[in-house]
Ligand binder design. Structure first.
Ligand SMILES: Cc1ncc(COP(=O)(O)O)c(C=O)c1O
Length: 381
């Protein structure tokens, strides 16, 4: 079970920095560090050379993040019309996208085509058939399901065909005149190790070989999805140990195969810091309650949806600590960020810093429950 990590104390420079941001921009805030995103992108490129990266926009769909990554040469994984529109507004060509949602209405396909996407992910015959009217200008990645027990979020339950169905689907696609460009998989998010990535790459390699026997239009693409992990407290993931076997497996692929990946979390998680303030407090039973201006319906929604316990930091180092509860601002009783944590006395206006808050925070925090505005997003270098 994951436990909460709280850092007590901060350097004077750190304290001044966070306080000046709140003075300037208000609270709550999500502070995005552009350099960190680029650093993460470069780390991925160095571990997996030759792989083209398609940022999974859903992880942090802010136009400035997309602009930054587009300028750096990154491509994009889109899964909705809204995501396509975000790129359109930034004048990023649809040719730099793949549409990865396996289930689509016809209107979704048409919107993606208008946006310039031509590669679509599909995992069953009914969805393949939807592409027949557009087959002259589209290609398909067949999504294969490989269940991963080491992933915090298993993404192969809801989508993907069984490996044993690939040959049959590829044959049916051929008879329908729909071109299969290759295979894709997504073994899950925040994978603790890369065993499943490696196994999925090896199995896909065999499946592509099988499907390409005597084919005029062979598959030439493998999409290895996302799932690359970051170090939330307690994960202790060593990047060399994770990525080297993946690179090794990919190096066995024929040079005719274009390899792509759809990282989300890895690019943004460590680049964003949340700043919330104490709005008020109350003594209730054995606990000291602190009510913050951000919570589960806001930037901390990932604690519910994404199974992440964000590491927190407060400035007070006083060793007299009381069992406390950090609650969010809405009237709902599930809106609690941290239960039973030992905290020194805090006053209204004191700051609570949340680290590693870039992935699936801003994106899923749009509920506006109680008509509360979400955190203001600001960018720093
Ligand atoms: C199809 C697809 N690609 C990529 C991603 C990004 O995954 P991660 O953030 O784990 O890299 C997701 C996450 O849900 C996804 O569903």
């Amino acid at each position: 079970m994951k436990t909460r990590h709280i850092q007590y104390g901060a350097s004077e420079a750190e304290r001044d920095y966070y306080r000046s941001l709140v003075k300037q921009h208000g609270s709550p805030l999500l502070v995005v560090n552009r350099s960190k995103i680029l650093q993460q992108y470069n780390t991925l490129k160095s571990y997996l050379p030759g792989v083209a990266f398609y940022y999974a926009i859903k992880a942090f769909p802010h136009p400035e993040v997309l602009h930054l990554l587009a300028e750096a040469g990154c491509h994009f994984d889109v899964a909705s019309e809204g995501e396509i529109d975000l790129l359109k507004q930034l004048q990023v060509s649809g040719r730099r996208t793949i549409h990865t949602h396996p289930i689509k209405k016809d209107s979704h396909i048409r919107a993606a085509l208008r946006g310039g996407s031509t590669t679509f992910v599909v995992d069953n015959i009914d969805e393949l058939k939807k592409l027949i009217p557009y087959r002259s200008r589209t290609g398909v990645l067949l999504r294969v399901s490989f269940r991963s027990e080491s992933a915090t979020v298993d993404l192969s339950r809801k989508f993907g065909c069984a490996p044993g169905q690939v040959l049959e689907l590829a044959t049916e696609a051929q008879s329908l005149g729909v071109h299969i460009r290759g295979l894709s998989f997504h073994v899950g998010s925040q994978c603790a190790n890369s065993d499943m990535h490696v196994s999925a790459i090896n199995q896909c390699m065999q499946l592509i070989d099988e499907c390409n026997q005597n084919k005029k239009n062979p598959m030439n693409m493998l999409d290895i999805g996302g799932g690359f992990p970051v170090n939330y407290v307690g994960d202790d993931i060593d990047l060399d140990t994770f990525f080297k076997p993946v690179g090794q497996a990919l190096s066995q692929l024929s040079s005719d195969i274009n390899i792509i990946a759809e990282p989300g979390r890895f690019l943004v998680a460590p680049a964003v810091t949340g700043i919330a303030s104490v709005s008020g407090k109350a003594r209730r039973g054995d606990y000291q309650w602190y009510y913050l201006d951000d919570g589960i319906y806001g930037s901390y929604s990932g604690q519910l949806f994404d199974h992440v316990i964000y590491p927190l930091q407060i400035f007070n180092t006083d060793e007299t600590r009381t069992p406390s509860i950090l609650a969010g601002p809405t009237c709902d009783s599930i809106d609690i960020i941290a239960e039973d944590v030992a905290l020194p006395d805090m006053a209204d206006g004191d700051l609570v810093i949340g680290h590693m808050m870039g992935a699936y925070t801003y994106a899923t925090a749009a509920t506006r429950f109680n008509s509360l505005a979400g955190a203001n997003v600001i960018f720093v270098d």
